[in-house]
Design a protein around this ligand. Structure first.
Ligand SMILES: NC(=O)c1ccc[n+]([C@@H]2O[C@H](COP(=O)([O-])OP(=O)(O)OC[C@H]3O[C@@H](n4cnc5c(N)ncnc54)[C@H](OP(=O)(O)O)[C@@H]3O)[C@@H](O)[C@H]2O)c1
Length: 238
């Protein structure tokens, strides 16, 4: 068996869905802060991690592959950031089986599968899980234009809080970060300008805003923060 890349006491982080967008920046910032990092995505595009794992983490085998890679290369796992979570509009009346399955699988099942695989390592490290919600999960509300996404992220909140309560006695912390409108490749300039006008802070967010919240929640400064839902949206929908 190959020797691990590093046997030092450096904290190790796995960030799913991180070959672009918010996840990519989270990995870069974690690296700057001294973490050994594992990035992930399904396509051939490589992420910025010390190690990159190509895997569909919404499948049991993909989640297993991503966590096993962290274990084999670094021998431990201190932080799991569950970044995968597709968004697309699904009006209630037009919801079909594909949209239902796709949104719940991408946003919810991927997180559950990765947590399930990573728990043994995270328990050993008394580690941290951070799930990624949306600007809509702080309270239970309807969303007639994007019902699938809303359902999935709301259920993810329940999952996050349940896991936090279950694992707190073992020293784990599980929290959720809720991005508001964050500037990624997915939005045009026009969309960003329109979105900014709706945000009380009058600006959209940068992926670095999310990375800062992740770093804080992962740090010992947040040692007593557990089961929390942290909005990072400039006051949007609070
Ligand atoms: N951007 C926003 O304004 C915003 C607002 C609220 C919430 N969020 C949430 O924040 C998170 C990140 O958003 P984002 O805008 O950065 O997303 P994104 O740009 O669409 O990035 C998604 C990333 O996930 C990867 N991915 C997708 N499905 C995967 C799977 N099954 N297994 C492994 N990797 C997968 C993609 O790479 P491949 O294509 O190579 O797989 C890509 O790297 C999501 O949970 C999203 O719901 C974003």
């Amino acid at each position: 068996m190959k020797a691990p890349l590093s046997t030092s006491s450096r904290r190790v982080a796995l960030v799913t869905g991180s070959n672009r967008g918010i996840g990519e920046t989270v990995v870069r910032e974690l690296r700057k802060a001294g973490y050994a990092t594992v990035s992930n995505g399904r396509s051939a595009r490589k992420g910025p991690g010390d190690l990159h794992v190509r895997a569909d983490v919404a499948t049991p085998s993909g989640a297993r592959k991503a966590v096993a890679a962290a274990r084999k290369s670094f021998g431990r796992l201190d932080l799991l950031v569950c970044g995968v979570g597709h968004f697309f509009y699904t009006p209630v009346s037009e919801m079909d089986v594909e949209a239902w399955d796709g949104l719940l699988t991408s946003n919810l099942k991927s997180t559950w599968l990765c947590c399930r695989e990573a728990l043994p390592l995270l328990r050993k490290a008394r580690g941290v899980v951070i799930t990624v919600g949306g600007p809509v999960t702080q309270t239970v509300r309807g969303n007639p234009r994007a019902v699938g996404y809303q359902m999935a992220k709301t259920a993810l909140t329940v999952f996050t809080k349940s896991l936090a309560q279950a694992e707190a006695p073992r020293g784990l912390r599980v929290n959720m970060v809720n991005p508001g409108f964050i500037r990624t490749y997915a939005y045009s300039r026009k969309e960003i300008a329109e979105a900014a006008a709706r945000v009380p802070a009058r600006r959209t967010g940068d992926p670095a805003d999310i990375a800062a919240a992740v770093l804080w929640l992962a740090s010992d400064a947040a040692a007593y923060v557990n089961g929390a839902v942290v909005d990072v949206g400039g006051g949007l929908w609070v």
